[in-house]
Design a protein around this ligand. Structure first.
Ligand code: MEV
Length: 308
């Protein structure tokens, strides 16, 4: 039997602009994860159990564009594992789907690692990341690659498309409250809508993306220096630019305001937006208060994560 696990992720700043080559910062969130178990099967075929998405089926009964089928089929062809071995695959994930926490990327990465190890053909992180990016492209249109990268390396990343992957140091530990609006919102749609805006007025949006790039650049510096209060200010500024891109929503805006009023140093949506999760930077002593306020105001769940 082989097993593999991959974390969720949040984007600290730079989402959407990162699709247009600007830098963004993302960190893994280990409190949520996708776990995959691969074992041999006495009967012919590949049986998949993924209770979180209510999937209990033979691989050959799934549509060829089913995300899980596409990972398995493409990987087996890539690794020349034909004819396919008889397998049981169990996928468990605590990462909410379509919520900006990287659930798709985490399932792909964990599945790729578990299957390739099972086939005695373990892949390097670079190969896993490259493969996961190809899969992301099938489902998200024009992804930047930040989700698969942070999930594969499970480290904070300063990411710019086409550039070598950089990690960054954290000068002083900081605490983030992640709050789920409970509204699922596919990244593909918000990314597609931002593209329409950009196509209609490239000059305007390139300028907005440059402002986001300045924020990501400054955020990396303040994190490295441990100037946490300033990170909060940058997060607020980033949220305002995301509002301009039309990827926030009344619910996200309301909860961002609740977090700020409850004492957060800054708050913003995180990921594709329109729903999904927001993040609030807090003094560790305020984490519980901010969490409770967000839940009282309607957040479906909160996670407190420390970045060190
Ligand atoms: C999604 O986590 C981040 C986006 O910038 C899309 C992408 O980078 O592929 C919205």
């Amino acid at each position: 039997m082989t097993t593999s696990s991959a974390p969720g992720k949040i984007i600290l700043c730079g989402e959407h602009a990162v699709v247009y080559g600007r830098p963004a910062l993302a960190i893994p969130v280990t409190q949520v994860h996708a776990d995959v178990q691969v074992s041999s099967r006495a009967r012919a075929g590949i049986w998949i159990d993924a209770p979180d998405v209510n999937l209990h089926a033979e691989l050959n009964t799934l549509a060829s564009d089913h995300p899980i089928a596409s990972v398995i089929n493409n990987l087996f062809f890539l690794l020349h594992a034909v004819p396919f071995p008889n397998l049981e695959i169990k996928i468990d994930s605590t990462i909410p789907v379509a919520s900006g926490l990287g659930s798709g990327a985490a399932v792909t990465v964990a599945l790729t690692r578990a299957l390739s190890s099972y086939l005695n053909h373990p892949l390097t992180d670079e190969e896993v990341n490259g493969f996961a990016y190809e899969i992301e492209k099938l489902y998200h249109g024009t992804p930047s690659g930040i989700d698969n990268t942070v999930v594969t390396y499970a480290k904070p990343v300063y990411f710019a498309k086409g550039q070598p992957i950089e990690t960054f140091k954290v000068g002083a530990l900081f605490t983030i409250v992640i709050a789920d609006t409970g509204i699922s919102a596919p990244t593909k749609e918000s990314v597609g809508d931002v593209r329409k805006l950009w196509e209609a007025d490239q000059k305007r949006w390139e300028k907005v993306f440059d402002e986001v790039a300045d924020i990501s650049f400054a955020a990396r510096r303040v994190i490295e220096e441990g100037w946490i209060t300033m990170l909060g200010v940058l997060m607020d500024e980033n949220h305002a630019l995301l509002q301009q891109m039309t990827v926030s929503s009344p619910e996200l805006d309301r909860l961002v305001e609740v977090a700020r009023k409850a004492g957060a140093l800054g708050a913003k949506l995180s990921g594709g937006g329109r729903g999904g999760n927001l993040i609030a930077l807090v003094d560790p002593k305020m984490a519980e208060d901010v969490s409770v306020s967000l839940k009282e105001a309607g957040a479906k769940n909160t996670i407190v994560t420390q970045v060190s």
